[in-house]
Design a binder for this molecule. Structure first.
Ligand code: HSE
Length: 342
């Protein structure tokens, strides 16, 4: 028997379009494999417009309409007066997928969307780091109180299954330390600088390739990586810390000379997010570190991300994969939706 799962999407940028692309290609397969029919019934995007069809919208048609028209404003089921909150209240969505822009200072407007959806007893899946870094405990408690689930896999390393690996597979032992490359933009810049490109040119390239946040200060000064460190602290080490608790330094002061000096010494600069229990206290940081070339994180190049776990029973485990991007992040969202019903 096939169960229909109706999705209400808030935000239809890169991640939303990645999710639609995956549904276009794999929806039939999910019906066969999992007995779950994932259907987009509503979309609300502040820039592109709002849509609602209770019977479901074809993912391929949505992408085609958007590429031909640049928005949903002329779509036959456009809902001009709607916004994210109307979608939560008036659509038939079983799962609200929050993919609006990340704000790591206020967490808004995404946090309000998540709160409202959970209060309305709808499952929420989000790739948005703001609400998760700033308010996970409160939001998770709200989900539990309302008998629904909150999926956040895509907030750290996109579709690379970092949170699930740590929370489910490594959960029977203690994770003593986490070290990782949690920002693709800065890793890309450092990799390009090692090939001789200037910091400014490498940043411009990372922006063009779509890795960087709208304001790349969040990337280069380490705020984005710090947000992920806060999320890992809560979800993997079970410690509540805030953005201010992360000792943070970005890469904007690293020069080509620094990069070359390290290279000559058989080392590499990497922006490393780290969490470690020291004398019973969790120490959290994001800072550039010079790693020996033999370190598992030193070989992670370009926009890739990585997480290196030091565990008691399994020893050291390193996971390398994409940390951003349309399909990998769309995939993380799909994986969370399937996990709710599987
Ligand atoms: N700007 C981020 C990065 C996107 O470069 O990794 C993913 O959070």
């Amino acid at each position: 028997m096939t169960r229909e799962v109706r999705l209400g999407l808030i935000g239809f940028g890169n991640v939303g379009q990645g999710l639609a692309q995956i549904l276009k290609e794999s929806r039939e397969e999910y019906i066969q494999k999992f007995g779950l029919d994932l259907k987009i019934t509503a979309i609300s995007d502040a820039r592109i417009g709002n849509l609602y069809d209770p019977n479901g919208l074809d993912a391929g048609d949505l992408l085609e309409h958007l590429s031909e028209n640049g928005s949903f404003k002329q779509h036959p089921v456009a809902k001009p007066g709607w916004d994210a909150l109307t979608l939560i209240h008036e659509s038939n969505a079983d799962v609200i997928v929050e993919m609006s822009y990340t704000d790591l200072t206020t967490g808004q407007p995404a946090t309000d969307h998540v709160i409202e959806a959970l209060t309305q007893k709808k499952h929420v899946v989000t790739s948005n780091k703001g609400p998760v870094a700033l308010h996970f405990s409160r939001l998770n408690a709200l989900a539990e109180a309302n008998g629904v689930q909150l999926g956040v896999e895509g907030t750290v390393m996109s579709g690379t299954p970092t949170l699930r690996l740590a929370r489910e597979i490594l959960a029977a032992g203690k994770i003593r330390k986490v070290m990782g490359i949690f920002n693709g933009t800065t890793n890309y810049i450092l990799t390009q600088m090692e090939s001789g490109m200037s910091y400014a040119d490498a940043l411009a390239e990372a922006q063009q390739l779509g890795y960087a946040e709208p304001d790349p200060t969040g990337d280069v000064e380490g705020f984005d990586a710090a947000g992920k460190v806060v999320i890992l602290a809560r979800l993997v080490m079970n410690e509540v810390i805030s953005m201010e608790d992360v000792d943070r330094t970005g890469i904007s002061k690293l020069t080509l000379e620094d990069v070359n000096t390290a290279k000559a010494a058989g080392e590499r600069w990497k922006l490393i997010g780290s969490l470690e229990i020291v004398d019973g206290n969790l120490v959290a940081s994001v800072k550039p570190l010079r790693l020996p070339i033999t370190h598992p994180l030193a070989g992670v190049s370009g926009a890739a991300n990585a997480a290196h776990f030091v565990t008691d029973y399994v020893g050291e485990v390193t996971l390398i994969g994409p940390g951003a991007g349309r399909l990998p992040t769309g995939y993380a969202v799909i994986e969370d939706i399937l996990a709710i019903y599987r």
